[in-house]
Design a protein around this ligand. Structure first.
Ligand code: SAM
Length: 288
């Protein structure tokens, strides 16, 4: 009998992945955790019934939340990753030899453990890298208390539920600003605008109160169904302009990033081209 992982994403809408084999199923202090072999997307990590990442298409999201800001900034040395328990973001960040330290603050050690055990195609050896500073804890508390300062903050959070709710708050963003060096960039995932438009609007509204520049860029992650995934950004510099600058192509070449399947200098520019239905969601951006 075929077994299915039914992901109820929004009222009246769900998607299902055929389960070939359950590799891990358990409950941590924070959430239900499952890792399974799927029929179409390889291994999948699910938290509280929602797909977090799949072997089949994690490269899109992980490449776009790392290489785009790193190559736009040009001098990223110290990175903070909030969440990101599967290690995919960490693995991509560490491909840059210019990065000297990547601090990752993930609240759930069960997610880290199952990712190391079953998702090595996503995290690789990132957790063992000597530049990795792995912290098990609440990212919101970390940015409130840390003395560290960062060139890039990547908020690799799930949807605003449970322990992740704080990662969408004004207080969290203000504390992120507190620990960012001049010219530093913050990037975050902000859902699928076709179904979660208000989440994008709310995030950018808060960014506009805290940073000089902010906005969104897009990527298509097939398992985050219903079209584009909005990635949001905030900085004292203009990420869209920096990402379109001629030096990005030279930095991309110099970084000699192996095996990328989504990010490239053309995408770095194109990703900021927003269709009208997304422009309408961003305060101060007029549709054509
Ligand atoms: N790539 C996924 C996506 O697009 O939604 C998110 C990946 S990652 C699995 C999200 C991680 O955020 C989870 O491992 C979860 O445990 C972690 N998390 C949730 N709330 C957190 C918090 N307050 N501080 C740190 N990590 C948190």
């Amino acid at each position: 009998m075929t077994k299915w992982f039914n992901e109820t994403l929004y009222a009246g809408f769900r998607q299902s992945h055929e389960i070939k084999k359950i590799l891990f199923e358990g409950k941590s202090k924070y959430q239900k955790v499952v890792v399974f072999e799927s029929a179409r997307y390889g291994r999948i990590l699910g938290l509280d019934g929602v797909v977090q990442c799949t072997e089949g298409d994690e490269f899109v999201y992980h490449e776009m939340l790392t290489h785009l800001p790193i190559l736009a900034h040009g001098k990223v040395r110290d990175v903070l990753i909030v969440g990101g328990g599967d290690g995919g973001i960490l693995e991509e960040v560490l491909k840059h030899k210019s990065v000297r330290r990547a601090t990752m603050v993930e609240i759930d050690d069960v997610v880290i453990d199952v990712s190391k055990k079953f998702l090595s195609s996503i995290c690789g050896k990132a957790f063992k890298d000597k530049r990795t500073n792995l912290v098990v804890g609440d990212g919101a508390a970390w940015v409130r208390d840390t003395e560290e300062r960062y060139d890039l903050i990547i908020v690799d959070r799930p949807d605003p539920v449970g322990p992740a709710t704080v990662l969408f708050s004004a207080e969290f963003y203000k504390n992120c600003k507190r620990v960012m060096k001049p010219g530093a960039i913050l990037v975050a995932q902000n859902g699928v605008p076709h179904m979660q438009g208000p989440e994008l609007t709310d995030a950018v509204k808060l960014f506009q109160k805290i940073w000089k520049n902010s906005g969104s860029y897009l990527a298509v992650v097939p398992t985050y169904v219903c079209g584009f995934m909005s990635l949001t950004w905030a900085s004292d510099q203009d990420l869209a302009k920096a990402s379109a600058s001629k030096s990005v192509a030279a930095r991309f070449k110099k970084a000699a990033l192996k095996g990328l399947r989504y990010y490239n200098p053309d995408i770095a520019t194109a990703a900021f081209g927003l269709p009208n239905f997304v422009r309408k969601l961003i305060p101060g951006v007029k549709p054509y």
